[in-house]
Each structure stands twice: as C-alpha cells, then as structure tokens.
Design a protein around this ligand. Structure first.
Ligand code: PLP
Length: 359
C-alpha cells in the first residue's frame, strides 16, 4: 500500500498557510516584538534561580495553578465573582476560545489592521474570518461594525484594546455599543493594558457576553508564556474543558507567582516605558517625513516614504523593527517600533535620522 503524502492528509487551509515568521535577532537591537527591555532586579532573579532549582520538575504541574491564580487575582485586581483561566501565552487562550466556538459556519469578527493571530487561529480552527477595516486614522468605524455584526452575527468578536499594530485605544462608548449589539461572545484583548491605564475588566459585571484577556508577555515576562482570561463561570467552565491539563509548566507557575507578588516592580518598569515612549514620540513627530500615530501601548506605529527600504537599512545597522508595509492597505509604508531602553531608542532615532537625511 503506498502511503498518502502530507499534502493529501493535511487540511487545505493549513497547506495554504505560511508559518509565522520570526526574523533572526542575534546581536540586534530588538525593537520588533513589544518586549520589555528591562531585566528583573538581581535580588529577585536570584530568588527565581533558587525557586527553580528546588522545583519538582519530575512531577506534573498543578493543573489548576491554584497558588499562581491567587496571586494574579490580587495583583491584577480581578473583580470579585469572576473566574480566571490560564494559557500558555494568551495566544493559546485565543485558540481555546475559537476551538470552542468553531461550529460549521461560525464566524469570527475583528478589525483590520489588527492582531495577526486572530486571523491565523481562525483559519486553523476553521472559523470563518471577517475583518472589518478601521478608519484611516485607525479608529473604529462604528457604523460599519454594527452593520457587519447584524449581518454576520459573529459567534466571537475579538478586539485588542489598545490595538496592535496601531497602538491606540478605541473609543470606549463605541466599544460599549459593539458589545451590546453583539449576539455572540466579545473578547477584549488587553495585552497592552500596563501601558494604557484603561480597561474593560470592571465591565464584566455589566455584560454577560464579555470576556477580558491579559498577558504577562508585554509586561516583561514574554519568555515565561503566561496569559489569562477572566470572566463569568458560565463561559470559563466550558472553555476549561479545552485547556490541556498541564498547559502552564512548573517553572512558569513558580516564577510567575513570585514575580507577580512583586508586581510593583513590573508596573514601575511599565511607567518608565511610558515616559520613554513620550520622548520617542516627540522625536518622531519632529522628524521630517515621518508621521507617527498616537500610542497607548509600548510601541509606536509610524509612516514614512520607502518604508521597506528604510526597514532593511535599519536592519543592516543592527536595528530590528517590524515592517508592516504591504501587510494591509491601511499600513502602506508603515513601520512599528517597540519602545526600548533610552539607549536603544537613541540608537534607533539617530540611525533613522541619518538614513532620512542621507548621512
Ligand atoms: C502580543 C500580543 C498577544 C500575545 O501574547 P502572548 O501572551 O505572548 O501569547 C496577544 N494579543 C495581542 C494584541 C498582542 O499584541
């Protein structure tokens, strides 16, 4: 019997996908992935070393991550009565939600340009993807959204707040209207909450169809892979059935619990990043030929002529940003830079200025 080839076995939607591309970053100033550039204080990282050395990695992790959840509940001020589900990064939570909702013909609605994983995971899970364009200034097109919601009746609606890759917070009243108009589940992805200061978490009690997602990645723990979903038990009870029992490993549970007990350290770093963002924004605003967009996140989207060429030149000078040119019509000639340390930002600013003035 001759066996079938992979492309005869693998689903057509998967064959058509290209793998998520992560460019090599060795020895680069890495300003492409919204990481926190700061390390933990050495006293705390020494404590983590000790804890991980003593960890029982011969045993499976606590499937309920009880101790970690308790610390997260307190540090992130999860409203009373709301449950928590943990994911191996919030990407995994997006996947769990879509797997749960992917009935034949079920639709996933979001905005464009938006977070790339919404579309990728919708494809993986066989949800029908609907992307509604934002306005050219990246604000919500409320009328178009409400019309699309009425027409498509999406099972799930995902919105990042602040949005990635544009960096802005959507209008709160418009979002309220969208939640109220939605027949299905609405998930607000607050990955950039530490830099924004606004949240829908308090509205969980108002809306039975709302869930809020957070992650520790942008806060400084991208390497640990920990995301969280909070909301009512009647949703999370079912979503928990799709979560693989040991998705958050022993080391992550222990380290995250310890670090979140010292949440003020990460919050302080986020405040520093916000102040640095203001300086980076001022620089970009004054740079001729560059149009930065307002940001409530730890990155800035900006438009300039010949963006792809400038991107490659920055890369040659050892600076890695994200090239969004050609990724969406609204992002023509756009690059996205993560806020780094003041030194990293200076290197980026000086190099960009030199490239633009032909030095
Ligand atoms: C970075 C990002 C995430 C992914 O976070 P992980 O927890 O690292 O998987 C989720 N949503 C948005 C909008 C992001 O930008």
């Amino acid at each position: 019997m001759t066996s079938l080839s992979p492309d005869q076995i693998i689903r057509q939607e998967i064959l058509a996908l290209s793998a998520y591309h992560v460019p090599p970053a060795e020895n680069m100033i890495k300003l492409d992935a919204m990481e926190n550039p700061y390390r933990l204080p050495s006293s705390l990282s020494k404590e983590i070393t000790r804890i991980t050395a003593d960890a029982h990695i011969n045993r499976y992790p606590d499937p309920n991550a009880t101790a970690l959840k308790k610390t997260l509940r307190a540090s992130l001020a999860i409203p009373d009565g709301m449950e928590i589900m943990l994911g191996n990064g919030s990407d995994e939570i997006i996947q769990i939600i879509m797997l749960a909702a992917a009935k034949p013909g079920a639709k996933l609605l979001t905005v464009e340009p938006g977070f790339a994983m919404f579309k990728i995971i919708a494809t993986l899970t066989n949800m029908e993807y609907i992307g509604i364009p934002l306005k050219p200034d990246f604000s919500l097109d409320l009328d178009t959204m409400l019309t699309a919601i009425a027409r498509h009746r999406p099972a799930v609606l995902f919105l990042a707040y602040p949005n990635n890759p544009s960096g802005n917070l959507f209008d709160e009243i418009a979002l309220d209207k969208i939640i109220r108009a939605s027949p299905g589940l609405v998930v607000i992805d607050e990955a950039y909450h530490p830099f924004a200061g606004k949240s829908f978490i308090e509205k969980l009690t108002d809306y039975p169809n709302l869930l809020v997602m957070r992650t520790l990645s942008k806060l400084g723990l991208a390497g640990l892979r920990l995301g969280l979903l909070t909301g009512r038990l009647d949703w999370l009870h079912h979503l928990e059935k799709l979560r693989l029992p040991y998705n958050v490993n022993v080391i992550t549970q222990l380290a995250a619990e310890k670090i979140m007990y010292h949440y003020d350290i990460l919050r302080h770093q986020a405040e520093t990043i916000k102040q640095t963002r203001a300086r980076l924004m001022t620089f970009l605003e004054h740079l001729k030929g560059v149009e930065p967009y307002p940001s409530d996140a730890n990155f800035i989207l900006f438009r300039l002529d010949n963006a792809s060429q400038i991107f490659r030149q920055l890369q040659r000078h050892g600076i890695l940003v994200k090239n969004l040119d050609n990724s969406h019509p609204l992002l023509k000639n756009c690059l996205r830079v993560t806020v780094g340390t003041p030194e990293e930002n200076d290197r980026f600013c000086n190099t960009l200025q030199d490239l633009l003035t032909g030095n």
